[in-house]
Design a protein around this ligand. Structure first.
Ligand code: GRE
Ligand code: ZN
Length: 327
């Protein structure tokens, strides 16, 4: 399929490159990975052409700004990453837009940076890499807590989507992964982290306070669609400190969008389509952690949805959600 739009497509700046090293693949892959994640002008566009991806929304790599302990450094690094993406968008306005990296260590600074990116640079929303650390390594701040309501007010006012991207649990809180480091990252732990954070947002009353918020999660829903029925079913018996007015499933279906990033599986896709519907689903690759070729080959060939729905998920849903200037 030509004309696809993809938007979990990562770039790095020198300050955030190293923290991705462990995920780049086996040792021989680092040079190629570095070249690909830093490039926004050559190879990336060539592969987009080859795989029928017309347009990408760029984002900084994980954990990126969320892993920086010092708040001023986080603010400066977010600005630098955002300015680098804005420059790439200016060089290739018909191929790229961008999501803001945000210094969530300080909710007011995050609001200010998102406002700058959206209002002054035309960014399409934010991509935040899970919980933020702050001051000390053993810290993990999730955004359902009251301190972040003013930040969400800004997201709501700007009316842009917020992409909640995975990161790995920090070592001091990852005892249950002991002896199995492979389990902590993309094979499983990423989804555990991101699904818990998503469910916390649903259970916090956030979406009653700001009914227009749109959260995007990748990897075919970070396991949530598969379990959505059971969550509500079991919450008939215990809703202790659940702060939503509605059943959790309603918040999830009303406020979450799901992408295919890094999960090119027909059965998982079928489950998502059945649970959340084609209007809430979107094609993404997750380059350069995944190959655009793998994403596109799978998507272009899948028989799970009709050609009409494939066009929605691969293109027109994204044009609508992000108000993209594409036909
Ligand atoms: C991602 O960005 O989704 C990602 C990483 C590291 C490893 C795998 C992966 O940041 O999908
Ligand atoms: Zn990603």
């Amino acid at each position: 399929m030509k004309g696809k739009v993809a938007f979990e497509e990562h770039m790095a700046i020198s300050e955030t490159l190293e923290n991705t090293k462990a995920f780049a693949g086996d040792s021989g892959k680092w040079d190629e990975f570095t070249r690909q994640i830093l490039d926004m002008d050559d190879e990336r566009l060539e592969i987009m052409d080859k795989t029928g991806i017309e347009f990408s929304i760029l984002s900084n790599n994980a954990p990126g700004v969320q892993g920086i302990l010092d708040t001023d450094e986080a603010i400066n690094t977010a600005k630098k990453a955002n300015d680098a993406m804005a420059a790439a968008v200016q060089r290739h306005p018909d191929r790229y837009a961008a999501f803001a990296a945000l210094p969530m260590q300080d909710p007011d600074a995050a609001s200010a940076e998102l406002t700058r990116c959206v209002k002054e640079m035309g960014f399409k929303g934010a991509m935040v890499n899970g919980f933020t650390q702050k001051d000390v390594p053993d810290s993990a701040i999730y955004y359902d807590i009251p301190e972040y309501r003013s930040f969400w007010a800004t997201v709501s006012e700007l009316d842009v989507p917020f992409y909640l991207h995975p990161r790995m649990q920090i070592p001091s809180r990852a005892q249950n992964y002991e002896g199995h480091p492979w389990l902590k990252s993309a094979p499983w732990g990423f989804a555990v982290e991101t699904s818990i954070h998503s469910l916390r947002l649903c259970g916090s009353g956030l979406f009653d306070d700001y009914p227009n918020l749109e959260i995007v999660i990748g990897h075919l829903g970070e396991h949530i669609p598969y379990d959505l029925w059971r969550i509500d079913a079991r919450m008939r018996f215990s809703r202790r400190e659940y702060r939503g007015n509605k059943p959790l499933g309603e918040y999830f279906l009303d406020h979450f969008k799901i992408t295919t990033s890094g999960n090119f599986s027909d059965p998982a896709f079928r489950c998502c389509v059945e649970v959340v519907g084609v209007d809430r689903m979107f094609f993404c690759a997750d380059y350069p952690f995944e190959k655009m070729e793998d994403a596109a080959d799978w998507y272009d060939a899948t028989g799970v949805v009709s050609e009409e729905d494939k066009l929605k998920i691969g293109r027109t849903n994204a044009i609508k959600l992000f108000d993209l200037d594409l036909d």
